[in-house]
Design a protein around this ligand. Sequence first.
Ligand code: TXA
Ligand code: MG
Length: 329
Amino acid sequence: MILDGRQDSSIAQAARVLAAGGLVAFPTETVYGLGADAGSDAAVAGIFAAKGRPSDHPLIVHVPDAAAASRFAASIPPVAQRLMDAFWPGPLTLILPRRPETGRAAAGGQDTIGLRCPAHPVAHALLLAAAGATPPVFGVAGPSANRFGRVSPTTAAHVAGEFGPELLVLDGGPTSVGIESAIVDCSRAVPVLLRPGTLTRAQIEAACGERVWLPEERAEAGPRASGTLASHYAPHARVRLMDARALQTALDVLGADAVAIAVYARSPLRTRTPHYRRMPDDAAETARQLFAVLREFDAAGVKLIWVETPPDAPEWDGVRDRLGRASAV
Ligand code: TXA
Ligand code: MG
């Protein structure tokens, strides 16, 4: 069931479902999340079951403000505090040491917890209402509201299409960021960027006031993150990345047979396929539409999606990462 997330009555109903241990899908500025009370391991088990996600893969816990982070985090290291000050509410998740008494299932059993304060007004209203519900829900565990390994949803219709009419989905319109939050692990000796998002490494480093490492630069890279599995965010069709010239050559070779192939490219190409979408020149705009475009191609029933490799500039890191994973087999 899709409810208008701008209505107070929808928020109140969703908060009641969360307080009762149920599941609610909700919009954030990045992608839609599948939420449950992070303080209840039984409620969180419902997320793993619905998604078909292995229960040792940790989830992100959404909180209404930075103060609420301390309900789940055992401590807030200075570097994490600086990142919260700079980017919360916003598309940044912090991995922090977990309070041992709470969030065990949400953390997938790890002694750390992923926390994020989303900037979307519907998410914010839901988190506030949930905190005021009986019993109170101080954090909402919420992975992306898609089945395990699939493309994250950026509209309420994407979520409803994947989980059916029983699930309560708060509609907050299409998401504005479009790819998942950047994740910085602040639980170790140095900050590590576990997953790129739309904030660039340079922006994150500027706020930290120190170097932020990539997992491959550190031996003690940290626990497995499902969003960091090589093959993830995959549509049903096979995705292949090519530069513009290789793409044009491949299309020329196929000729009329190219009609069965979807193409997503920045460069103007000659092709007969009706499934041809131009990739915007702007990285943020591309991130916003990327998952919807992949879902559109899937819905059209194509077996192959050929994508022009995005530029090698830092603002494209998030898009390049998601496309790389979508094309991994
Ligand atoms: O933008 C987002 O982050 C969206 C919206 C809904 O907030 N959420 C999202 O959640 O992408 P999910 O579960 O699909 O991805 C969460 C990522 C996973 O790769 C997970 O392994 C990692 O965060 N993660 C969560 N807690 C962690 C922890 N304690 N240690 C390491 N990685 C963690
Ligand atoms: Mg996900």
